[in-house]
Design a protein around this ligand. Sequence first.
Ligand SMILES: Cc1cc2nc3c(=O)[nH]c(=O)nc-3n(C[C@H](O)[C@H](O)[C@H](O)COP(=O)(O)OP(=O)(O)OC[C@H]3O[C@@H](n4cnc5c(N)ncnc54)[C@H](O)[C@@H]3O)c2cc1C
Length: 356
Amino acid sequence: MVLAAGGFIYNRTMVKEIAPKYGTGMPLGTASDNGSGILLGQSVGGKTDLMDRISAWRFINPPEAFARGMIINQNGERYINEFKYGAAVGEAMVEENDGVAILVFNGELKKLAREQCKPGKAQWFQRAPALLNLWFNSKEAKSIEELAAAAKVPVEALRKTLEEYNDAADGKTTDRFDKDADKMHAMRSGPYFAINAGIKSKRFPLPTLTLGGLVVDERTGQVKGEDGVIPGLYAAGRNAVGVCSRSYVSGLSIADCVYSGRRAGRAAARGEVYATKDAPAPAQSPPIEAKGVEGLPVSSQAQVADPSPEAHQRPSRRAHNEAPYPRQSLNRSIRRPGGTTRVSSSTRGRLPKRAP
Ligand SMILES: Cc1cc2nc3c(=O)[nH]c(=O)nc-3n(C[C@H](O)[C@H](O)[C@H](O)COP(=O)(O)OP(=O)(O)OC[C@H]3O[C@@H](n4cnc5c(N)ncnc54)[C@H](O)[C@@H]3O)c2cc1C
């Protein structure tokens, strides 16, 4: 059985218990991302890890003008280069700054932002939230004192942050978050604007998705329990700890879902069991051995039994399509006299020559 029922971001009770900092974030996924797969695995002894790792996406760019402004916390201090990737901004906000992010810019940047939100300048899903924030989620202030009051931060701290920012923007100093001067904009005059971009902002929701899950054997995707793997149980995608579980960047979750799904499906179809309690570490483990699988086209079964090049001709398209799982990139090992030869999709049909 392969568990592939998604993460648990829609199980708000689980989120609040396991990762309470993210409890007010906006769940990103489908309603069935309710943790059912993870809970099913746990119910038979599966271990979990990195369950409190949640990716929070605070993308403020486009419009680029927003990123030329600054993000401050409840103390009126900056904490990140505003041009950083949205998941990095979200993580710094939630993990280190109590979920607070106030985006500050001035009238010149607002004008630029509106220009950059015109049709054709950005995608609709980028323009729409930016414009909604400009219209309905920004507070205007004529002075730094008014800005501090609007953002609910200490005025002296804000003044200092702004001065430091302006000096770096003018090239007088180096920005302590390594933001290039040409990506900054000195804000020496008002009006100023503050947008609540924090996790509690009702007008600027913070999308969140879970990254942790069941602990699996890295070679097979088999679910691990306290005493080794659970026979016959595999997990993939956000049901499992995967490549993206510690740190997410765009594409890493989907890529991991594809990879881990193929890994689990392949291993399950072959009935592989590797990570018992006493199994050797992955580096020393033996290569995966091909086994005959019921239902495979004869050509593939012949490959297992017969290592001759003729047996490794690519199967016909029809035979390929009828196979129970895609074998295009199946890596397999063929036992032959004198050792084991690893055969990959790129070498299939052209068995590598053995060293004399
Ligand atoms: C708007 C959006 C944008 C995203 N952008 C990116 C991106 O750019 N890059 C990236 O890497 N990731 C992105 N993600 C995240 C990524 O899509 C998910 O991490 C990924 O789809 C998780 O795949 P999964 O197969 O584990 O779960 P899912 O895709 O959630 O699939 C789980 C499936 O299991 C079904 N299911 C659930 N419970 C049960 C049950 N009990 N019984 C039977 N079936 C069940 C569900 O209906 C669903 O079909 C995005 C997500 C969203 C919502």
